[in-house]
Every structure is written in structure tokens, then in C-alpha cells.
Design a protein around this ligand. Sequence first.
Ligand SMILES: Cc1ncc(COP(=O)(O)O)c(C=O)c1O
Length: 297
Amino acid sequence: MNTVPLESHVWVDGRLVGAEAPVLSAYDRAFQVGDGVFETIRVVGGRILELPLHAERLRASATALEIPLPADVGTTLRDAIGGLLAADGLDAPGLQVSVRATLSRGPVWSRNLLPPADVRPVLVVQAWPVAPPEPELLARGLHLAISAVRRDPSSPLAAVKTTSRAEFVFARLEARRRGADDALFLTLDGHLAEATSASLFLVVGHVLATPALECGVLAGTTRQWLLRWAGAVGLSAREDWLTPDDLYRADEAFLASSVAGVLPVTRVDGRPIGDGRPGARTLRARADREAYAKDEA
Ligand SMILES: Cc1ncc(COP(=O)(O)O)c(C=O)c1O
């Protein structure tokens, strides 16, 4: 579906406007050169999950690109999301919503890559209702394809959520051509990194393993939660340099992100992971994270 629902809104710098209103300049830097940063946030029944973590990460991303941000961006986001969801009736009990906050450096008339000092950044907040994953997908698990695009952990931007997402789009197209649901990035030297919009986890015996932050992966909010969760269910958490062989030999694998939660991975480049079915620990992680999202949001 590629039509914006009638009567829906977006929040732009403190104003609620029609979702298709012309609000951005053609000179906008996020449009022109991907000079912006963003966050994707989960809302359940009008309550925002882990907002402080997202606000902090948006600030870190903006700082990496020297884009000015409101001093109290957490409060700005809370008010923006509250107003937007109320206007669009997306704050009803139990309703699952994905919110995107995008910060562009704003309109810059000059063609220089180097931005001038006097910029007017633009903050946009959008919301989408989210359907739970299809039961068939949860039962079969995701199939991943290892991308030809490699992640360079030494790049200062490797783990920054910028709006320059061409490599991620390329990887998703590549995965679709190969009949997979998502792509998996490796580092330049062949270690596991992450999927296009989710962190990767392996279960090996009693160990819950995930690529270390030094592998150039995003510091995922769900990743952080799962590393704490491991202890509570008798798994020992390990952040490490992992290889595709570790993945092929793992008992279970899954992806994790704020909106989609935990999703089993059962096949990578056509090879089954574990017994080729979603594992018990993966399903427990999904159930526990969903319960937390409903209670804590
Ligand atoms: C590249 C990438 N890795 C991991 C994640 C998962 O992060 P989080 O758990 O904070 O949603 C995302 C989420 O958008 C992402 O884009």
C-alpha cells in the first residue's frame, strides 16, 4: 500500500499538518545528500517505549554530524508524539504504532557539501499503525541473505542512524532478488554485524551471543534489553566477534528491533539454522519482550 490515509497528519517543528502537505524545501539537506539522522520508536496504546534511550541515541547521532538539536529533545519528542497520535486516533488502548523522528540539517541553498554554520534544522515526526507479524512468518522464521555490502567498523559513521540509507535499501533489494526476507551485513573482514534494521543474536548452548559494538553495529535499544534479559532466563550474555560459521553452528538465531520485537531466523543463504525451526529460547525472548512492551510502554 502506498497511499497516505486521508485525514492523517505529520508533526513538523511544532506544527501538526496534513500528512501530504508540502512542508520541506527542495533544498532540504536530508533530501539532497542524506544529511540527517533518525529514530524509530515503538508506541503501545499511546505509551512510548524506552523514549529516553531513543532521545539519547538521536542526540548522539546529531552530535556525530554536528546537527543542532533542541536542548530537551526527549520532552519535544514526547509532546510531538502525544499530539500526533491523539490527532490521528493512534493512541487507543492496545494499538501498536511505529513512530519515526527525523532530524534534517534543514534547507541549505548553497551546493557545498560543507554546511554553513547558520542552519535551521527541521524535526519531523510520523506515525504508522503496525500489524503484528503474521503467525505463518513466526512459525517459519525469517530467511536471511548475506549482503554483498560490507560494514566498515572503523568508520566513524558505521553505527550512526543517518538518513543516508542507500546501502540498506540496496541490501534489502538484493535479499528480495534472492528470495530472502532480509539481508545480513558482515564486516569488511567477514565477521557478523547486523540486519538492515535489526540486531542479530545467536543462542549457542547456554550462551546468548551478539556481535560486539566494535563490529560497527547500532547500539540497539532491544539489544540492550536482551543482554539484561539473558541473565534472568539462565543464559550468559556474550558480545563478541562472531563469524558466519558461528551462525551456521548455532542452536537458534533471531533478529531484534524496537518495533518488530524478536523474530526467529531459520535460514541463512539457504542453510538451516539449528533444526530449521524457531527455537524455544527465541520464542521465550519474543514473548518476554512483548510482555515488557505492553507493561512498560
Ligand atoms: C541498522 C539497525 N540495527 C539495529 C536496529 C535495532 O535497534 P532498536 O532495537 O533500537 O530498534 C535498527 C533499528 O532501527 C537498525 O536500523
